[in-house]
Design a protein around this ligand. Structure first.
Ligand code: ADP
Ligand code: MG
Length: 659
């Protein structure tokens, strides 16, 4: 049967500031299963270093270490962690319990890393064994020093180790509590567990059955203690004493992930203000993106619905202020003018033209009874009904004859109807528009608002009535031209252009003093605007996610250095690098996702508020919400990676020494 521990020629050297410090200078040591050993020596003699090597927390510089016959001197970090979690328990001078975590969860922690089921039950069982059955739900700051060390002992026992290492386990305790702890260690030893205890106090070492003295890195004496203090009694039968090999390194379990999510949310809750401030960047960015996407989408949608009714063979002509190449801008008088005669000439300009209709627009006050509204006025020709897809919802459109005799008839948009008539039927009633009496002959179909402008807040009256009686205009605001078929539009535009340049007597060196656009161009211009909008939005999103991500990275770095001891402890009790990495990644992602979710909620509220109170069309699409969610979670993962990696690479001994 191989000894439990067999060291031969083990050395350890530290290189500090160019100097060389031989801490262990060739240690030969055998410890059999079931022993209770105290390692003694003055401070700085290398006791802790030796114990860390024995506990697989550190590797020897030279020499061999066999644990139950298995050579373990060159295990990787993760292999060491896997073996440690199943065979070795640690008790430290500083109890190293997780703050804000119940005794039960502290004790169960090592089982998280072995994936053993029944964590809560087993933890409760061991806590009862150490006499803390009534303190399961107490956090470390609700326990005395002695009780905390008993919790630490329970944690060391929870995975049924064969070996317990205790480094100055009573160093921080009053003597009565120290006695209690030693009693527990003796009890463990009687149950068949080998105990190796480091201490510099002879009083404490006196409890061990064998005392090894260390000085300046060499063993100076090694003798049995014939009369150890405490009730050692008869030891129980020893546990199986061979190792088949290093246990496989476990895959991460779902339960472990869940536990990390839970503890990440706990950490966020414990540092509310700090977490909230770190999330702020992500929150603001996501809010802005969600709200802006909703507004952009709403505007695009209503423009689309407006345009979709219009044929692709529609061409629009507007007057513009001309700019001569290099010369000064034309004065007021040079603003081009479109007349009814222009419209009539255009209608005959090319065989590809089906019809052309002039239009004026302005605004005015409409009054019915004691109600009045300011609304937009459109003077149109009867062709408007078909060319602009503006058939009345009910009632009728006006006729060419009514236009010619400047009849006072009007069609009202639904918004105007609602303001003036409420629930009453407006058709057949008389209203006054700019103090002139009009008969209402129809109600326009609802078109909705296009982001900033309510398309239903309008009145349509005959063109000539508008020009001569209401608005007092000589010139048209625009001319709608309909080509016979979409293929004709280019030829039609060329013909109209030539005609208009001739009629306006434009010399060749001057630019057009009008603008001609077909529907395809208008649509392209609109979608071009929305492309620029999307690009700007993307830039805003990217900047805010980077800023938010840096905020989270910063706080994660703080958190990693604050919790160095915790990380060391987790590694000592069996966490692999990957487990630590994942734990911190989850924490970063949880924080950024919380920020993202709050941003989504806030952005949606803003969009709905704009829709409800300002009448803007704002549409929150599920895609934008999903996108925002994954981008914010992803930001946490990306920016949390470096801090998390830093945590995962910490060595357990460095971390446990960290003050
Ligand atoms: P102790 O017997 O008091 O437990 P240690 O084993 O902790 O002694 O330390 C032994 C010597 O090694 C000390 O002089 C200490 O300064 C030095 N030492 C320990 N850890 C390191 C390290 N990581 N780097 C450099 N020197 C170290
Ligand atoms: Mg020490």
């Amino acid at each position: 049967m191989p000894p439990l521990i067999e060291l031969s020629g083990v050395t350890k050297t530290y290189f500090v500031g160019g100097g060389r410090l031989d801490v262990l200078k060739g240690i030969d040591l055998r410890i059999e299963a079931g022993e209770f050993v105290a390692i003694m020596g003055p401070s700085g003699s290398g006791k802790s270093t030796l114990m860390q090597i024995l506990g697989l927390l550190d590797r020897p510089g030279a020499g061999a270490y066999k644990l139950l016959g298995l050579d373990v001197s060159r295990l990787s970090d993760d292999e060491g962690a896997a073996l440690r979690s199943r065979t070795i328990g640690f008790v430290f001078q500083m109890f190293n319990l997780l703050a804000r975590t119940s005794a039960r969860d502290n004790v169960g922690l090592p089982m998280l890393y072995t994936g053993e089921p029944g964590r809560a039950r087993r933890a409760a069982e061991v806590l009862r064994e150490v006499g803390l059955g009534d303190r399961m739900d107490h956090a470390p700051n609700q326990l005395s020093g002695g009780q905390q060390q008993r919790v630490a002992i329970a944690r060391a026992l929870v995975n049924r180790p064969r070996l317990i290492f205790a480094d100055e386990p009573t160093g921080n305790l009053a003597s009565q509590q120290a006695e209690e702890i030693l009693g527990r260690l003796i009890e463990m030893n009687r149950s068949g567990i080998t105990v190796v205890m480091v201490t510099h106090e002879p009083d404490i070492a006196a409890y061990a059955k064998r005392i090894i003295r260390l000085k300046d890195g060499v063993i100076v004496s090694d003798e049995a203690n014939p009369a150890p203090r405490g009730d050692h009694g008869e030891p129980a039968a020893l546990r199986a004493t061979t190792l088949d090999g290093v246990p496989p390194i476990r895959e991460l379990s779902g339960e472990e992930l869940l536990e990390h999510v839970r503890s990440a949310l706990g950490a966020i809750r414990a540092n509310k203000l700090r977490s909230a401030l770190s999330m702020l960047g992500i929150l603001i960015g996501v809010t802005a993106v969600i709200a802006m996407l909703a507004i952009g989408r709403g505007a695009q949608k209503s423009v689309e619905t407006q345009l979709s009714g219009l044929g692709s063979n529609l061409i629009m002509l507007w007057p513009v202020s001309p700019r001569t190449a290099g010369g000064p801008r034309g004065g007021m008088g040079s603003f081009s003018r479109l007349t009814l005669e222009d419209a009539a000439m255009i209608a005959r300009a090319h065989p590809g033209i089906a019809r052309a209709a002039g239009e004026v627009s302005g605004s005015g006050q409409a009054v019915f009874g004691d109600k009045n509204v300011n609304t937009s006025l459109t003077g149109a020709m009867p062709e408007y009904e078909q060319m602009r897809n503006s058939s009345p919802f009910y009632g009728r459109f006006f006729t060419a004859e009514e236009n010619d005799r400047m009849a006072r008839v009007a069609l009202l948009g639904p918004t105007v109807v609602a303001s003036l008539f409420g629930e009453q039927d407006p058709v057949g009633r008389t209203i006054s528009i700019e103090h002139i009496k009009f008969k209402v002959i129809g109600v326009l179909t609802r078109k909705g608002s296009s982001g900033f402008q309510d398309q239903d807040d309008k009145i349509i009256i005959p063109l000539k009535t508008a020009m001569k009686r209401v608005l007092g205009r000589q010139y048209l605001s625009m001319v709608d031209i309909e080509a016979v078929s979409p293929e004709d539009t280019d030829a039609v535009i060329a013909a109209v252009r030539a005609l208009m340049r001739k009629r306006h007597r434009l010399p060749d060196y001057k630019d057009d003093d009008f603008m001609l656009r077909n529907m395809a161009e208008i649509q392209a211009a609109l979608s071009g605007t929305s492309k620029i909008f999307s690009l700007l939005l993307g830039i805003v999103a990217a900047i805010s996610l980077v800023v938010g991500g840096i905020g989270i990275m910063n706080i994660m770095l703080v958190s990693v250095s604050e919790r160095t001891r915790e990380i060391g402890l987790r590694k000592a009790i069996g966490a692999t690098r990957r487990a630590v990495l994942i734990q911190f990644l989850i924490e970063a992602a949880a924080m950024s996702t919380c920020g993202g979710l709050m941003g989504i909620a806030l952005g949606m509220s803003i969009a709905f508020a704009l829709a409800a109170f300002a009448g803007w069309a704002a549409i929150v699409t599920p895609q934008s919400v999903i996108l925002a969610f994954f981008f914010s979670a992803g930001t946490g993962v990306v920016f949390g990676f470096w801090p998390a990696r830093k945590a995962s690479l910490l060595s357990p001994i460095e971390a446990l020494r960290y003050e």
